[in-house]
Design a protein around this ligand. Sequence first.
Ligand SMILES: Cc1cc2nc3c(=O)[nH]c(=O)nc-3n(C[C@H](O)[C@H](O)[C@H](O)COP(=O)(O)OP(=O)(O)OC[C@H]3O[C@@H](n4cnc5c(N)ncnc54)[C@H](O)[C@@H]3O)c2cc1C
Length: 404
Amino acid sequence: MLVLGAGPAGLAIASELVPLGLRVMGLSADDPTSPWPNTYGIWAAELDQLHLSHLLKHRWSTCVSYFGADPVALSRDYGLFDPGKLQRHWLGRCSGMDWRRGLAAGLSHDDQGSQVTTQEGEVLRARLVIDTTGHNPVFVQRPSLGPVAAQAAYGIVGTFTADPVPPGQFVLMDYRSEHLSPEERQAPPTFLYAMDLGEGRFFVEETSLALAPPVPIEVLQDRLRRRLAHRGVAVLQQEHEERCLFPMNLPLPDLRQRVLGFGGAASLVHPASGYLVGSLLRRAPGLAAAIASGLARPDLDAAEVAELAWAALWTPELVRKHGIYQFGLEKLMRFSEQELRQFFSTFFALPERQWYGFLTNTLSLSELVVAMLRLFTQAPAAVRWGLMQLKGRETALLWRALRG
Ligand SMILES: Cc1cc2nc3c(=O)[nH]c(=O)nc-3n(C[C@H](O)[C@H](O)[C@H](O)COP(=O)(O)OP(=O)(O)OC[C@H]3O[C@@H](n4cnc5c(N)ncnc54)[C@H](O)[C@@H]3O)c2cc1C
């Protein structure tokens, strides 16, 4: 087995394959122990269920959003990973694994397996290659289905002249926009994602859920500064700046290709929320088990093992749900600020099990459909009308979601 990449997806899948007794080699541009540039957030219950909540650095019980003047309480804990702990957790489970440094550049296949050539000239052979090189993967192929929307965000960790959010609070989405001119409020809406990190430190981030082409970082930076200024808050000391840009609605990869993908490379990012890490933790064990059972079957050639692994990663049910999420995101990107606020007010008024299950992709297909129907019946007329109109490529996306 050869795993390409040592980001969250590479380590997650390697950490499940090695304990199964498989011989796994890794190839990564970076040292697998070098710190990751991003800080990852997650709903804490996703980790509680896996008995991994010790991997969190911060956990908030007071979680709110603003879709109008008053806060909407979100009755679930939210957490931020300690990225070093998460990385060490995964590396610890695959200790002894052979990691090579280099950039995968060339690929060929035969019945026995695949051969990867690095830019540095090394040649590596494996029965199955798993590409986890991120959203713009080196080998995994996807069809092109039109513009890809990206989540964009500009954030600052630091200290401020006054508290940007109340002490102890986590703010998932603050859509208040009194600091913008009426013309600016016609432009694609952005929201504040913010949290109290303790000891006078806060993380504040102006975020665009998704747009193609993405909202420019300079616009987000300017909006964040003005949002804070409107509250009488200025930055005292900036510790860290985050410029975030990643694709949200990537099409599914071709499930018949010889290279298996995982993580961003396999379009695993939740198309309506942008989250990935919880799904890596949940999906890696099943994928590893499917790979191990495929490799143990002497009647399967390498191409058939890859096919079996893709089918385990993207089951028909997950493919359908992905289609529904993509259709939903397409809708959200067309909503005005007013419609978006009404949509989210209705969404977070759904029973907690439904909105949490939607955001974490833990509902079954039928449960997801029931949640969406409930949302539709409870939404104000303007939102219902917006959901019913099929514009642009929405008809094609809806058809794909129904067809699976
Ligand atoms: C700023 C930011 C914030 C995010 N926040 C969250 C969050 O809070 N919660 C969440 O769940 N998700 C979040 N995401 C989304 C997602 O979790 C991340 O994008 C995540 O890093 C994707 O993991 P990955 O392992 O698939 O890819 P990556 O993290 O991109 O890792 C790719 C790996 O492949 C290596 N590589 C690349 N090319 C080659 C090559 N040719 N040969 C060998 N190795 C190669 C790289 O060196 C790297 O090790 C965020 C994304 C960004 C950009």
